[in-house]
Design a protein around this ligand. Structure first.
Ligand SMILES: [Zn+2]
Ligand SMILES: [Zn+2]
Length: 333
């Protein structure tokens, strides 16, 4: 029988419906093995030539960058030259000018995505996220920042060359606001962090655990929205990604790499998005939040049910997904 399950932070409901597996969408890539796009014509090989210049940040230097940050040429939100987002009205509607930031982070190697990077290089990507969010936090125009990766066309990646984006916005997005409100309510009612409680519960129960190291854990969320969804979270309570010590950052980056490698080897190499859910950087106090990384493989297509109700139907129970990712169970498509 299927089950309705609720996310204790956001309050969102999902339906875990294993009898829908594997139809209508088999739980693997349908478009064959990945073939890298040729290096020739890749805009991230020569950043100056492709107009992705000047760099906002580079390591170790702009000339010899191993990792580079620049403004997105096609930004969703752009800097306001000192001005913050201005509210406006349009009849009964309201809006704000699109002031914010939209940056691209590129790693040098055309063929190595996050999972394939050396551990130190993956850690460096997280360090650059931390550095950029710290800079955004000092900007009074910005309230929220989210680093994310789109990997593969089904996940929205228009270029092969591995890259990441950071969007900083003048508002707290409603999706995040809901989770933040839920976590704050939990904190106020019980004086405990909902995600620390989830970590405790997952480690005690074990069925949805994927892996852990000294600093972080990876598990398949109880109310997973999509097959093979994974959460990577530091063990120690830490509201702000941008204030997190390097050891915890390294521990989380390592687990994101592991989960991505197992997705490739054991779960049919799905396209995926991963993102960091950071606390708001609006100057408020958000001690109840506990940052985490979510990995959302794109094996299922959100359709009428999801768009009309907001309830995701997941055909793969997270307990099965975790066992497959741990290598304890064979994946049957
Ligand atoms: Zn390239
Ligand atoms: Zn916590």
């Amino acid at each position: 029988m299927s089950e309705l399950r609720q996310n204790p932070a956001s309050g969102d409901w999902v339906i875990i419906a294993p009898e829908r597996h594997p139809r209508p969408h088999p739980l693997r890539r349908e478009d064959g093995p990945r073939t890298p796009a040729p290096k020739a014509g890749c805009p991230f090989e020569d950043l100056k030539k492709s107009g992705n210049w000047p760099l906002v940040r580079a390591r170790p230097s702009a000339g010899k960058w191993r990792i580079a940050v620049f403004q997105n040429k096609y930004p969703a939100l752009a800097r306001g030259g000192g001005a913050c987002a201005e509210p406006f009205r349009h009849g009964i509607y309201r809006g704000r000018t699109g002031v914010g930031a939209h940056e691209i982070v590129v790693t040098r190697d055309h063929r190595k995505n996050f999972a394939a990077l050396a551990p130190a290089a993956a850690h460096e990507v997280f360090e650059v996220f931390r550095e950029r969010i710290r800079a955004f936090a000092e900007d009074p125009c910005l309230a929220y920042a989210v680093p994310f990766m789109n990997w593969g066309p089904k996940a929205g990646a228009s270029l092969w060359h591995p890259h990441y984006q950071i969007i900083a916005s003048p508002i707290i997005p409603p999706h995040s606001a809901r989770s933040l409100r839920g976590a704050a309510e939990y904190w106020n009612a019980r004086r405990r962090c909902v995600r620390c409680e989830m970590i405790r519960e997952e480690r005690a129960e074990g069925a949805r655990m994927i892996a852990e190291n000294a600093h972080a854990v990876a598990f398949a969320p109880y109310a997973s929205k999509v097959p093979f969804e994974a959460m990577i979270i530091p063990k120690k309570h830490q509201p702000y990604f941008y204030k997190t010590p390097s050891a915890a950052l390294r521990g989380a980056a390592e687990l994101v790499q592991s989960v991505m490698r197992w997705l490739k080897a054991r779960a049919g190499d799905p396209d995926l998005n991963f993102f960091v859910h950071e606390a708001p950087i609006d100057g408020g106090r958000h001690g109840y939040h506990h940052w985490h990384v979510e990995i959302l493989p794109r094996l299922s297509v959100p359709a009428g049910a999801e768009f009309s109700t907001g309830i995701f139907i997941d055909a793969l129970p997270p307990e099965t997904a975790a066992a497959i990712l741990r290598g304890a169970k064979k994946h049957v498509a």
